[in-house]
Design a binder for this molecule. Structure first.
Ligand code: PLP
Length: 368
């Protein structure tokens, strides 16, 4: 099997796995208990929080552990009476943001969904013209999960702050893959999810800048500074910290390897004379290759790649009658004859050049 769907999830890092197992079977104490056995768990939690904070340039008290990226996004959008009467987001966000915004709309909040350009970028002027005195929150993703486009988060967050609005970024596809410094970015909140950077599934975090007005998300005990109650998932949190620290220390090396593999794949497809559009911006998540092939069906390509033992993703989903083109591919205005034939190949740090050649061979033979 060749796994090339790393934007969907990643392989658990072996060191992360080894770090988590003692907290499942040996040190399973509750971090809220004062005896030594509980303190062991509490210290592990404290160390993990410190490691994660350091990786994104934050302080420990600014990291709140959650159950996933979806929860972090929900919290950022919904949990605050300080979100104002108006929220601004983009039309290409993950559904964790879009559906949270829909819920806010049902409760009377006005939501603006900014358009993007052909590369999937939010043009800062569109934010300037949408923002007003009622805007309490701007939420624009750091990196898109389908086409990999990176936004100019720093410029967008500055615009939000000039209008006294908070700025959140969904950085689920970026954390562990790109340099992140929350101070440089000047964001108030940032979402992340461990399984996208070789950590376990079912654990994530929300960075919340000190002093940001925020309501609690889950009510109960005093965990996570009383803001997100529930007995902590120590094993997964410990593993998340190990995975993130490891990815961050190998960031440049991984990036280079991924860009080299991307270039190889594109070169092979070009060489074969196949007609396609490459989606996304020049500035994109390393390893993310979204391609739209004229007159083909993404779902057909996915299944035929699967038969050859290769996992990739599509930008369209077929039911028995219709082909639904993803909201992202629609938003960047890909012509329909190409849009239906969209696939996403997302390489990971563990992929090899040999695998890239196998992916290219398979894709070329299917398309031809
Ligand atoms: N945001 C983005 C950009 C994502 O790609 C994903 C997952 O695909 C999520 C949020 C949700 O993360 P999780 O799977 O941890 O809930």
């Amino acid at each position: 099997m060749i796994y090339a769907d790393n934007a969907a999830t990643t392989e658990l890092d072996i060191d992360a796995f080894e770090a988590m197992s003692p907290f499942l079977i040996q040190y399973y104490g509750n971090a809220s208990q004062p005896y030594t056995f509980g303190v062991k768990a509490k210290n592990a939690l404290k160390d993990a929080r410190h490691i994660i904070a350091k990786c994104i340039g934050a302080d420990s008290e600014e990291i709140y552990f959650t159950s996933c990226g979806t929860e972090s996004d929900n919290w950022a959008i919904k949990a605050g009476d300080d979100r104002g009467k108006h929220i601004i987001t983009s039309s290409i966000e993950h559904h964790a943001i879009l559906n949270s915004c829909k819920m806010m709309e049902q409760q009377g909040t006005h939501v603006s969904y900014l358009p993007v350009n052909r590369d999937g970028e939010v043009v800062p002027e569109t934010l300037e013209s949408a923002i007003d005195r009622d805007t309490g929150l701007v939420s624009i993703m750091f990196a898109n999960n389908e086409i990999g486009t990176l936004q100019n988060v720093e410029e967008l967050s500055n615009i939000a702050h000039q209008h006294q609005a908070l700025f959140h970024t969904d950085a689920v596809q970026a954390v562990g893959h790109l340099e992140i410094d929350v101070h440089k970015l000047n964001v108030d909140m940032l979402s992340a999810s461990a399984h996208k950077f070789n950590g376990p599934k079912g654990v994530g975090f929300l960075y919340v800048k000190k002093g940001t007005k925020m309501s609690s998300y889950m009510n109960g005990g005093a965990q996570e500074f009383g803001m997100r109650s529930g007995t902590e998932n120590i094993a997964s949190i410990v593993a998340m910290a190990v995975a993130l620290e490891k990815n961050c220390s190998d960031l440049e090396e991984n990036k280079q390897h991924l860009y080299n593999m991307e270039a190889r794949l594109i070169h092979r497809i070009d060489e074969a004379g196949i007609e396609y559009i490459r989606n996304g911006a020049k500035k994109h998540v390393p390893g993310n290759i979204s391609l739209s092939f004229k007159g083909k069906e993404g779902e057909m390509i996915l299944h035929r790649m699967d038969l050859k033992g290769i996992c990739i993703s599509t930008g369209s989903a077929c039911d028995s009658k219709n082909t639904e083109i993803s909201h992202v591919i629609k938003a960047i205005g890909i012509p329909e004859e190409y849009a239906i034939g969209t696939v996403r190949i997302s390489l990971g740090k563990g992929n090899t050049m040999e695998e890239v050649d196998e992916i290219a061979d398979a894709l070329i033979s299917i398309l031809k």
